[in-house]
Ligand binder design. Structure first.
Ligand code: ZN
Length: 134
């Protein structure tokens, strides 16, 4: 777009130079106007570049925020809905366990503190106790 505007301006400039009006006040005024329009085109192009940069920056922030939201809300969901606390029989550490992991016999649960294998039965105990409390 800006290239086209510049070509247009050069064309008008060329017309002025080729005309017989020479150094008349009209020609001077027109040349002055061309200078002003030229500056406007320049300023517009700079704004355009800056605008594009800002859009890309805002997009990057938006993506990061999205990742952050996923992280934060996932954690909340796990704590509130889908996880159980198993107390490690060896060191007493409370370990949050995903409900889906409990249903899967293939998954071996390890205490992150002392690396003792936590049995599913420990988890069901916690679940039963929690049910009784209700
Ligand atoms: Zn432990």
């Amino acid at each position: 777009m800006y290239d086209r505007l510049r070509r247009e301006l050069s064309y008008v400039e060329g017309l002025l130079e080729g005309s017989s009006t020479g150094n008349s006040p009209d020609a001077k005024a027109l040349l002055r106007l061309i200078g002003v329009v030229d500056e406007l085109v320049e300023a517009g192009q700079k704004l355009d570049v800056r605008q594009t940069e800002l859009e890309e920056y805002a997009e990057a922030i938006d993506e990061d925020l999205n990742d952050l939201e996923l992280l934060v809300y996932d954690d909340e969901n796990e704590e509130e809905d889908d996880s159980y606390l198993i107390t490690c029989p060896e060191c007493g550490e409370d370990v949050a366990v995903d409900l889906e992991d409990l249903d899967d016999d293939e998954i071996e649960l390890l205490c992150p503190n002392c690396h003792t294998t936590l049995s599913i039965e420990d988890a069901s105990d916690v679940e039963e106790i929690a049910d009784l409390d209700d």
